[in-house]
Design a protein around this ligand. Structure first.
Ligand code: PMV
Length: 306
């Protein structure tokens, strides 16, 4: 039996702008998806999660099913029982699909001796996400595979973040595909306005790189606040997101912003570690669901191999 896990992620800066080649900074967080793989001759393929128990099923378990189909290029994958459990909120911009995808690839890679490197796992994970979703940036699968704080598109590792991190889930569904399309339309309508906004967002990562490496979280928070305002200006904010962002700031966070595509989904706040409970409480009181977490240097982990 083999168990591999992989983390979710937050964006400190740069979502949406990264689609247009601007820089972004992402950070793996210690919310993990665990995938347990066991040889089981009584089944062909069995996939079990909170969504149910299925065989290969592209509707209920699209990512795991697509991974198995792709991995059959490297090995004959049959007679396997796969169990998934996850701390990452599903479909809300914290990277749940990337984590389950790369953790499944890593577990099957070990079980069937496919000899894929971490770079190859991240690349295959990105291809699976494109296949399932139609479009995906390589950010989520790369950060989930490698862990740490990463500057995109250079894939440069920055110093790990050592302060409190609280994620606030609005519990409002949002479609990344739709939001990316809306930003594209706005950019076409007002190129002279939206172009500079996107490049200003990109500049935050350039300035943010040094701030992160100096552990200057108060300054990182200031830039996150500006980034939130710019994301609002390109139409990916919502009243629910801003309520949680303001609740976090008013309870002592260094800064708070949307993380991921926006429209709903999650926001993230950084704060002094002593203030995590206060910020989490304020997010809950404002109608969100808070998750207290930490940055993690660990991407894919082999949890057990017996
Ligand atoms: O909501 P998420 O985690 O899928 O992030 C979307 C980030 C975008 O920049 C909006 C799109 C992308 O593919 O980079």
């Amino acid at each position: 039996m083999i168990t591999c896990s992989a983390p979710g992620k937050i964006y400190l800066f740069g979502e949406h702008a990264v689609v247009y080649g601007e820089n972004a900074i992402c950070c793996a967080v210690d919310l993990r998806t665990r995938v347990q793989v066991e040889l089981d001759e009584s089944v062909s393929i069995s996939i079990e999660s909170v969504l149910g128990k299925t065989g290969i099923d592209l509707d209920i378990h699209p990512y795991v099913s697509a991974v198995i189909k792709r991995m059959r290029e490297f090995a004959s994958i049959e007679g396997v029982s796969i169990k998934i459990d996850s701390d990452i909120p599903v479909g809300s911009g914290v990277g749940s699909s990337a984590a389950v995808t790369v953790a499944t690839i890593a577990a099957l890679n070990r079980m069937f001796d496919c000899n894929l490197t971490l770079e190859e796992i991240a690349k295959l994970g990105h291809e699976v996400e494109i296949q399932v979703q139609g479009a995906a940036s390589p950010t989520d699968t790369y950060v989930s595979t490698m862990g740490g704080v990463v500057m995109i598109p250079q894939r440069k590792k920055l110093k790990n973040i050592d302060c409190g991190i609280v994620i606030g889930n609005t519990n409002v569904f949002s479609s990344t595909k739709e939001l990316v399309a809306n930003v594209a339309k706005l950019r076409e309508s007002y190129p002279q306005i939206i172009g500079p906004v996107l490049s200003a967002i990109g500049s935050m990562s350039e300035i943010g790189e040094e701030l992160v490496n100096n552990s200057d979280y108060a300054a990182v928070g200031n830039l996150m606040n500006i980034n939130h305002g710019l994301l609002d200006s390109i139409g990916v904010g919502s009243i629910e997101l801003s309520s949680l962002v303001y609740a976090a700031r008013n309870s002592g966070a260094f800064g708070a912003k949307i993380t991921g595509a926006g429209g709903g989904g999650c926001m993230v706040a950084l704060m002094d570690k002593a203030k995590t409970e206060a910020v989490a409480g304020a997010i809950d009181a404002a109608g969100g669901s808070s998750i207290i977490t930490n940055a993690t240097e660990h991407g894919i982990i082999m949890e057990s191999n017996s």
